[in-house]
Design a protein around this ligand. Sequence first.
Ligand code: NAP
Length: 336
Amino acid sequence: MPDLNRQWLLKRRPTGAVTRDDFDYVTSAIPEPGEGELLVRNLVISCDPTQRGWIAGDTYLPAVKIGEVVRSFAAGRVVASKNARYKEGDLVQGLFGWQDYVIAAHGREAAPGPVAPGVPLETAMSLLGMTGLTAYFGLFDIGKPQPGETVLVSGAAGATGSVVGQLAKLHGCRTIGIAGGPAKCKMLVDELGFDAAIDYKSERIGARLKELAPKGVDVFFDNVGGEALDAALARLAMKGRIVLCGGISQYDGDRSGGGPANYLNLVVKRGRMEGFLILDYLKRAPEGVAFLAERLLAGKLKDRIDLKHGLENAPETLQRLFAGQNDGKQLLRIAE
Ligand SMILES: NC(=O)c1ccc[n+]([C@@H]2O[C@H](COP(=O)([O-])OP(=O)(O)OC[C@H]3O[C@@H](n4cnc5c(N)ncnc54)[C@H](OP(=O)(O)O)[C@@H]3O)[C@@H](O)[C@H]2O)c1
């Protein structure tokens, strides 16, 4: 175990793609927990597109301040506890940041949450964590797919999208994924059971949708925005629903984007477009975890994890999301 706390601090707000130069890599003394607090050794860090927003400015959470530890979800082991609810060795997760050690306490941003017993940390941070829950609640609560309907997913080979497509298929829907490159598109059909895939890097999404969904798209689960959203709006079926999960194609810019074209088709098709945040569903997390765990154990759902190693590689591991280099849920293991 290191005898110092390595930390990545925010040096400046990125204006384009995130680079290593946006951060400072420093060491400080390992902090001591006070009354009610825990000292947690971070073990696995979650890499999420939303971190780009957290360091750029205020979003649904206040912006990370310059000089503060970079915010991220992480899971780790309690190494010292001054809180009767936790003991040394317990596994916990929360907004623990890019650092070896964190002081966690209830009522703080770094509040400890449980890790289900017997679940590997990687799974707890992926299919049975925020990622799987985002797919589950976004698809079923907002998208409300019916068996036989056509569900389109953008970012389909990514962490959230790959779960959405599998869930929609298990629910009896026809599923179409949009992803970048032939390898990802082949994987969607051959390994995850999508009915079809569109390679947005070499194909026109709108033209392909005309062929693949001649009666239109009933549910579009959007992780990407931009061209994908425009194309789906144009091909929306009557009473179609668009689930706004994210818009990664917009994150490296100033997010002003110009707005979607074809939105008036929502009027013609009596459609609905609705955003959601998984943070609003945390009270219902046990329901989602139980649903997902049952299907994972039955071999009906695959948890695709892309694991990198070393806290020193945190910026480059985050960058992978925006370059489409991740193959499933991007995680960073920083200690065994
Ligand atoms: N609403 C919520 O509560 C919530 C919670 C979690 C995540 N999200 C959102 O869900 C989306 C997916 O997040 P994730 O964690 O599952 O990440 P992810 O999909 O595993 O990784 C991001 C993927 O986005 C694609 N991408 C990157 N830049 C792109 C661009 N310019 N145009 C098109 N595709 C691009 C890449 O795939 P390709 O190789 O296919 O391009 C990349 O693999 C994000 O928008 C995120 O903000 C929302």
